[in-house]
Design a protein around this ligand. Structure first.
Ligand SMILES: Cc1ncc(C[n+]2csc(CCOP(=O)(O)OP(=O)(O)O)c2C)c(N)n1
Ligand SMILES: [Mg+2]
Length: 193
């Protein structure tokens, strides 16, 4: 399955959850398929979607928070897996699109061909971990994990095949932040800071 196809499966399953995106093609693909105010695009820095997602989940325990991460991003911040498992937010689903490369910067190989990220998450202490390799498996795995008391981890193995012409996120970082905070306020009734 291509990364683009994986997004076509995931996006219709989203409702009003905050979704924190890792940088590169993960932001770009999601933005181009369906931009949402509740999407936080970490457009610059690699490795930070997981820690931002952890913070959002811990501050808002009554709603699921979803992280859409990449293998390179996870490998860069592997310690955050331990932090998430230790903080144990029940409302966090951590999804990783694993293409075994740093596709956004030219398909350099990552370590995830030999390091099984689902096993790393399990070893860190995520109570629910699943791995899928076919697009038909995404919806049932997503629904199962959304029904669990997390943190949960869904590893989606994909081919390195994002569409190279997929445009960049056109919102500024300030716009991304302010509309994301408004979207959070709309679902939890609190006013944005
Ligand atoms: C701190 C930092 N280092 C390097 C980069 C350059 N960079 C941007 S995206 C990316 C690859 C991310 O890999 P992965 O998470 O596997 O996502 P993919 O591109 O494969 O979808 C790299 C190396 C960056 N933006 N920030
Ligand atoms: Mg990758």
């Amino acid at each position: 399955m291509k990364g683009t196809e994986a997004f076509k499966e995931i996006i219709p399953l989203l409702t009003d959850e905050p979704v924190i995106h890792a940088n590169g093609f993960i932001c770009r693909e999601s933005f181009n398929q369906k931009d949402r105010e509740g999407n936080f695009y970490m457009i610059g820095s690699m490795g930070l979607a997981s820690s931002i997602g952890l913070g959002v989940a811990m501050c808002r325990p009554n709603q699921k928070t979803i992280i859409l991460d990449g293998d390179g991003n996870v490998l860069m911040s592997m310690g955050t897996l331990a932090m998430i498992a230790s903080a144990a937010p029940k409302n966090l689903l951590h999804i990783v699109l694993d293409n075994e490369v740093y596709e956004s910067t030219g398909n350099q190989r990552s370590l995830s061909k030999s390091i099984a990220l689902d096993q790393v998450a399990q070893g860190a202490g995520y109570p629910h971990v699943k791995k899928v390799t076919k697009k038909e498996e995404i919806k049932p795995a997503f629904e199962e994990l959304m029904g669990k008391s997390g943190p949960s981890f869904l590893l989606i193995k994909v081919e390195p095949a994002f569409e190279k012409s997929t445009g960049r996120v056109t919102h500024t970082p300030e716009e991304i932040t302010s509309r994301f905070m408004k979207a959070l306020a709309a679902t939890d009734g609190r006013s944005p800071l």
